[in-house]
Design a protein around this ligand. Structure first.
Ligand SMILES: [Zn+2]
Length: 125
């Protein structure tokens, strides 16, 4: 279950940014090509967070569709499944533009007032 290691990585990034503050919500962006099952990730997260700053924290998962550009014809296509191929010419030499990301996008920290802290351009997990 690779969701468990991903959940651990998200927990590490979020704890680092929270610097001891309690975290109410973590927003993550997960590319389609990471093949993460949101329910499994949510479950793995709930197993890891007790007794941490993220106990009871909500995990908001935003899926990112995959897009690729064909090196043969230059067309951009959505990438639905493996093997990745160009919709226009059927070629397999596709450069992935989006869909491989796994980012902690934002944290909502339990403070007065509640703040929503952006994590720069997102932190790669
Ligand atoms: Zn093509």
């Amino acid at each position: 279950m690779h969701e468990l290691s991903i959940a651990q990585a998200i927990l590490d990034v979020a704890s680092h940014h929270a610097r001891g503050r309690r975290v109410a919500k973590v927003e993550v962006r997960v590319g389609h090509l990471r093949q993460v099952v949101p329910d499994s990730l949510d479950f793995a997260f709930s197993l890891l967070t007790p007794d941490t700053a993220l106990e009871g924290c909500r995990l908001e998962i935003t899926p990112v569709p995959a897009v690729g550009r064909c090196r043969a014809c230059g067309a951009e296509s959505p990438l639905e499944c493996f093997p990745l191929s160009c919709l226009r010419c059927g070629g397999f030499d596709v450069h992935v533009l989006a869909g491989e990301e796994l980012l902690v996008d934002a944290l909502e920290l339990e403070e007065e007032p509640l703040t929503n802290e952006r994590v720069g351009h997102g932190s790669h997990v």
